[in-house]
Write a protein that binds this ligand. Structure first.
Ligand code: ADP
Ligand code: MG
Length: 253
């Protein structure tokens, strides 16, 4: 059965999608069966896998709102399988209001694929609203990318209290998978200070692997490839391979 991990932080630009795409590719490279569910209307994970978000059909919106078969929405790529999103997903929140058990729409879809994968990673939008709520109901655990910048911890208490509410009412088994420090710049005191502060806040839950700021990670999406395929020797590629090892080690057995 798949381990389903939602990649969540309601701040934009902290490295959620970069982590989702590159961790998925590195997990696949290490032999795991991996699916990414793009759940952000911006659909950056979809294009990060080289899938055209403007034509991919059916996509996750069609699955949730139009009753499309989730198995038909899966697109196989050399880097892992992906369920595409597109901007229609932004409107889904309103359409979902009329649907009974709307919090479980994504869960019901992904459960149908759970026996085909070892990991399902959900790339969440930058908010704590209905789409993210659905992700938290579909997930076993939550991975939180935290950017090594000022205000890194801002908003994380809201995220944690959202997870607690979900745990109490909608998904009792949800847990924190881990916190991953992103865009770390070892040349600055700021990055080091933020890393220390995050570790103090989340004792034992911050991955030893820290994702460095690396231009290859920023370039790779424009080639529709994860960094491991774009520049396998880059520091960014190495970091996500290391993170994949850490995630697999934590989840083995
Ligand atoms: P989010 O999904 O949280 O909004 P992204 O993963 O899209 O964040 O990252 C935001 C921007 O920062 C993107 O342009 C991405 O290419 C870039 N980026 C993310 N992680 C890194 C990194 N470790 N080094 C350099 N650029 C990065
Ligand atoms: Mg994103």
């Amino acid at each position: 059965m798949a381990k389903t991990i939602a990649i969540v932080n309601q701040k934009g630009g902290v490295g959620k999608t970069t982590t989702c795409v590159n961790l998925a590719a590195a997990l696949k490279e290490a032999g795991a069966r991996v699916l990414v569910c793009d759940f952000d209307p911006q659909a950056n994970a979809t294009s990060g896998f080289g899938v055209d978000k403007t034509t991919a059909s059916p996509n996750i919106y069609d699955v949730l709102i139009n009753g499309a078969d989730v198995k038909r929405a899966v697109v196989e790529t050399p880097y892992g399988d992906v369920i595409p999103a597109n901007k229609a997903l932004a409107g889904a929140t309103v359409e979902m209001i009329a649907i009974d058990k709307r919090e479980y729409l994504l869960k019901n879809a992904l459960d149908q694929l759970a026996d085909k994968y070892d990991y399902i990673l959900i790339d969440c939008p930058p908010s704590l609203e209905l789409l993210t709520l659905d992700s938290l109901c579909a997930a076993d655990t939550v991975m939180v990318p935290v950017q090594c910048e000022y205000y890194a911890l801002e908003g994380l208490s809201d995220l944690l209290s959202t997870i607690r509410i979900v745990k109490r009412s909608l998904n009792p088994s949800i847990a924190l998978e881990g916190v991953v420090l992103t865009m770390y710049d070892g040349r600055t005191n700021l990055s080091m200070q933020v890393a220390e502060e995050v570790k103090r806040h989340f004792p034992g839950q911050v991955y030893a692997t820290v994702i460095p700021r690396n231009v290859r990670l920023a370039e790779a999406p424009s080639y529709g490839k994860p960094v491991t395929a774009y520049d396998s020797l880059s520091r960014g590629a190495e970091a996500y391979q290391e993170l994949a090892r850490e995630v697999m080690e934590k989840n083995k057995g």
